[in-house]
Design a protein around this ligand. Sequence first.
Ligand SMILES: Nc1ncnc2c1ncn2[C@@H]1O[C@H](COP(=O)(O)OP(=O)(O)OP(=O)(O)O)[C@@H](O)[C@H]1O
Length: 263
Amino acid sequence: MEAQAGNEGVSQVVLEAVNIDFSYDNGYKVFENINIEADSGKFVAIIGPSGIGKSTLLRILGGFLKPDRGEVRLMGRVLHEPTPEVALIHQSIVTFPWMTAEENVMLSMKTKNMDREKMEEKAREALARVGLEGFEDLYPKEMSGGMRQRVAIARAFAADPYIFLMDEPFAHLDELTAEGLRQDIYNILFSGETPLKSVIMVSHNLTEVLELADVIYILNNIPATVVGRVDVNMPRPRNPRNDDFNANLDMLYSYLTPPRKRE
Ligand SMILES: Nc1ncnc2c1ncn2[C@@H]1O[C@H](COP(=O)(O)OP(=O)(O)OP(=O)(O)O)[C@@H](O)[C@H]1O
C-alpha cells in the first residue's frame, strides 16, 4: 500500500488494537479488552506500572504475538504477522559490532531485492536523517551509546515503515545523551520526508513521555486494560520546569496506583 501524501490535516488511523485479550501459554492473562489507536501525525505513549504488559502489547501491535481475541489493524487491514511496515525498536540497542554504521542500516533492506548501490544510498540517507552524516564508516565500538541508538533508528527508517514501535528507546543511555536524542527525535520522526506516519513508545519515564507524546494511554490492573487516555496539548518544545508540565505530570502519577486484580 502506498503512503497517502497530501493527507495532512485529515486524521487517519495508522495502527489500532481492537478489543484485545491476551494470555501467555502458562495461562497468565495479561490483557482484557485493550483498545488503542495511533493516528497519523501523532506520537503515542503507553505507560503503566512495571510488569503490567507494555512490552507484551508492543509485540502484539507488531504482529509478533497473536491475541486470543480482537485484532490489530494496520491502515485498516488486519495484521496477522510482522511486516516491515511496522518497525519495532528495542530498548537494548541492537547493532552488530563487526559491521559499520552503514552496513548495520543496510541490514533492514536485505529482503527487498535492492541492488547494493541503492541500498548504500538509502542507508546514507537514513543515517543523515538521524544526524550521523559523515559517520557511515564507524564501527559500533567507535560510537557513543546515543550514536548507536541513532543507528538503530536509521535502520528502522531504511525499511520505510508507516509506524515505529519503540520500547524504552532511551533506557540504556546516560541522561545527557538521552536528553539530546529526545530533543531531536520528534523532529526526526515527523520530518514528513518519509512514509512514517506515527510512533508508539513505551516508557517508564513520565517526564520523557510528557516531553514527547501527543496522546498517552495508561494501562493498569490485572488483567490489564486501558484505564485512561490523555491528550497532551502543550506547545513544543516542552519545558519540564513549567507549571503546566508539572500539573500534567502529577495527573499521570495519579493513574499509576499499584495494580489491582480485577474480579
Ligand atoms: N513469555 C512469557 N510467558 C509468561 N509470562 C510472561 C512472558 N513474558 C512476560 N510475561 C509476564 O507478562 C507480564 C507482562 O510483561 P511485560 O514485560 O509485557 O510487562 P512490562 O509492563 O513491559 O514490564 P516492565 O515495565 O517491567 O518492562 C508480566 O507479569 C510478565 O512476568
